[in-house]
Design a protein around this ligand. Structure first.
Ligand code: TMP
Length: 205
């Protein structure tokens, strides 16, 4: 039985999501901070295959299935046990990334990608999702400035792809309005962090 609280964070590349989540985890203390794709050994291995810049031949359905496989393993090995212990779990990306990136931006269909993910997650949807919204152009500028950040196969996609990702997220938001809350991530980090904390305190305390 799950009695913890499952919070996921979403957004186009360069929204500053990972920085904010680290700040949130520091502030909230007793939480499990993890990420997708990855978070445990098998899923980190799958992440390498998906994001390898050499793997340009990867088919969109293969990509969707690999993300779902990494998600499944991460969920059963790490997320579900923590939720069963009553923990608050903060996860950097989850199923909505697949809906926006593979479902919409790659053109596989949001409902089709949701259905393969339902097989992988068996109804373990997040209790709350925070979506950091940013203009892809600004997001990509931030990535280019942040030299320490890994540049992966998806970062190398054209601006048009990243615009579709953002459009995909807007559709996902409309599909799950009761679960997903949008925050403007184009502001200064401190400002975005403060807004995120207000929201989290409202929902989990
Ligand atoms: P990250 O940069 O947030 O670690 O995520 C790696 C990339 O993988 C990022 O470009 C978003 C992408 N992604 C998908 O396309 N589908 C997914 O289901 C997930 C979790 C990530």
């Amino acid at each position: 039985m799950k009695n913890g609280f499952f919070i996921t964070f979403e957004g186009p590349d360069g929204a500053g999501k990972s920085t904010i989540i680290r700040m949130v985890a520091n502030e909230l203390k007793d939480v499990l901070l993890t990420r997708e794709p990855g978070g445990i050994d098998i899923a980190e291995q799958i992440r390498k295959v998906i994001l390898d810049k050499e793997n340009i031949a990867m088919d969109a359905r293969t990509e969707a299935l690999l993300y779902a496989a990494a998600r499944r393993q991460h969920l059963v090995e790490k997320v579900r046990p923590a939720l069963e212990e009553g923990k608050v779990v903060l996860c950097d990306r989850f199923v909505d990334s697949s809906l926006a990136y593979q479902g919409f931006a790659r053109g596989l269909g949001i409902d089709e990608v949701l259905s393969i993910n339902q097989f992988a997650i068996e109804n373990m949807m997040p209790d709350l999702t925070i979506y950091f919204d940013i203009e892809p152009e600004l997001g990509l500028q931030r990535i280019n400035k942040n030299k320490g950040r890994e540049v992966n196969r998806l970062d190398l996609e054209h601006l048009e792809f990243h615009n579709r990702v953002r459009e995909g997220y807007q559709l996902v938001l409309k599909k799950f309005p009761e679960r997903i809350v949008k925050i403007d991530a184009s502001r200064e980090v401190e400002d975005v962090f403060a807004k995120t904390m207000v929201l989290l305190k409202e929902k989990i305390i």
